[in-house]
Design a protein around this ligand. Structure first.
Ligand code: DC
Length: 225
């Protein structure tokens, strides 16, 4: 059987995982999978069905009706739910908050596990998320835990939103980041934590560009080894 390589990049929201993962995937010719987008797709689905994430009894039933496909295109990863491309609709603050809540449900995590693992069996892949190195791909060839202080992450997210022309308030962005960190690290199902064999990279005080080169070299060296 052909051997495919996998790189796991985990860490809290706004640490720069997707920027680093995308650049590394491009440099290595790997597929890049943003696993957060899959949780966001589930959140979108249950929101559209009129069910809040607190109505946990109804969530397993709704999962049966969610046919999720991931389309890797030239312009990036597209999320297709029951035949509809919802990529442009999953980045709102409401879906972010709902995704953090549905991601805490073990029925949702179990439902998405095979989808993620199957992709790693078919491609050389870089996945970013929260539990890739610990649960989804414990045997990944390279594991990185990328983090930065909440203030640095809020500043980056705030600048990003402003650049996109969206209204943003730094204190609200910071509060949302701290809240999501709490949800993601305190949940019992696959909480956000560094795998024992992951390389810890803290980008506090650095620009992502500064960290990018170092990380790319590290990934390449580890893959060679
Ligand atoms: O990375 P993101 O902000 O798009 O992720 C959305 C939510 O999904 C976030 O609250 C954490 C959760 N998530 C997760 O629990 N496990 C993953 N592998 C990826 C995301």
């Amino acid at each position: 059987m052909e051997k495919f390589y996998s790189v796991a990049i985990d860490g809290p929201s706004g640490a720069g995982k997707s920027t680093i993962a995308k650049a590394a995937a491009k440099a290595l010719g790997f597929v890049y999978l943003d696993t957060g987008a899959i949780y966001r797709t589930v959140a979108w689905h249950i929101t559209m069905m009129g069910i809040g994430p607190k109505d946990t009894d109804h969530v397993p039933m709704l999962l049966d009706d969610a046919n999720i496909k991931i389309d890797f295109r030239e312009d990036g990863q597209h999320m297709i739910l029951n035949g509809k491309d919802i990529t442009g609709e999953i980045r709102t603050p409401e879906i972010s908050a709902c995704a953090s809540k549905v991601a805490a449900l073990s029925c949702v995590r179990d439902f998405l596990l095979d989808l993620q693992r199957d992709l790693a069996k078919q491609h050389n892949i870089i996945m970013d998320g929260r539990d890739i190195g610990t649960v989804v791909l414990p045997g990944a060839d390279v594991k990185i835990f990328l983090t930065a202080s909440p203030e640095d992450r809020a500043r980056r997210r705030f600048d990003e939103l402003r650049k996109r022309g969206q209204e943003a308030d730094y204190d609200t962005v910071l509060r949302d980041i701290i809240l999501r960190d709490e949800h993601d690290t305190r949940r019992s199902a696959a909480p956000l934590r560094q795998a024992e064999d992951a390389l810890l990279v803290d980008t506090t005080g650095n620009s992502l560009d500064e960290s990018l080169d170092v990380l790319l070299e590290t990934i390449k060296e580890r893959l060679k080894a």
